[in-house]
Design a protein around this ligand. Sequence first.
Ligand code: SF4
Length: 265
Amino acid sequence: MSKRLISQSILKRMQDYIEGEECGLKIKAQYVDGVVFPPSDAQLLGQWFEYECTGALPPYDSERIPEPIRLKNGNLSKAYERMSYQVANYKALLKHYDVKIKSIGEEIEYGDARGTTDIIAEVDGQIAIIDLKASGLIRDKWNPLGWEDIANSYKPKMKVLTQAIHYKYIAKNLFQTDDVPFYFWIFSTTNEKDNRIIKVEVDEDEYTLHERVLTDAKKYLEETLERGFKAKPSMLRCRNCPLAHSCKEKTEFAEVEKVYYTSQL
Ligand code: SF4
C-alpha cells in the first residue's frame, strides 16, 4: 500500500462519497490533483479571522494573505467588524485561561493518519490542541454542523466529532502520552458576544475503532483511485461546483425524486 496519509477532511469527504452526498470528481480534483477551489464568502471570513488570531495563512493557499471586506468609507463590513470583536474575545480568552501557545499550524502524523493543528498550547500545565472555528451555527441543535448537542449518544454529530477523535488519536500516539486534551474554540459569525469552548473527551475504545476506520478508509481510497472516482451530479451540487464549466457529467436540471405511498400497513 502507498504512503498516502489520511486527514480528517478526506475521511469525512470519503464518508460523504460513500453515502452519495458528494461527487467523486470534486474529491479527486481537490485531494488527488491538488486543485485549489475558490473559497466561499464564509470560508474567506473564517480565514481572515484565523489569520488575525494566529497569523495562520489559508490551507492549500499559503501564498495569499487574507484581506477583509471594507465599505466605501474604509470601515470593515458588518460581518468583518463582528469578527474583529471576536479576535479581541479570542485574545481575552487566551489571557483568561493562561494559554501558552507553543506552535501554530503544526503538521502531526502517526501511522496512516495526518492532520494540521491550528494551535498546540500548554493549557492547565498540559500540552493540548485547540481548533478555532468561526461559525454561524454556534447554538444550532439540528444542523449536522451545528455546535449544540454534538455528542448525543443516539445521534452523535460525526461531521464535527471526527476531527477531535482523529487529532487526539494522532497526538496521544505521537507524544506517547495517555491523553492530549482537544478543545474547539468556536466564535459566532452572527453575534460578536457569543463564543464557546468545547473540550472533547473520547472514550478509550473509540481509538481502536478509529484505527479500523483509518485502515478501511485508506483501502477504500486506494481501490477507488484505481477504479476511478464516480461523478455524482445533482442540480444544486453542480450549480455550486467550481469544475462545472468544463465538466461533462454536470446536470442543470432537477432529478426526478420518487416517493412511495401506501395506506396498507
Ligand atoms: S459539475 Fe457536477 S458532476 Fe461535475 S464535478 Fe461538479 S458536482 Fe461533479
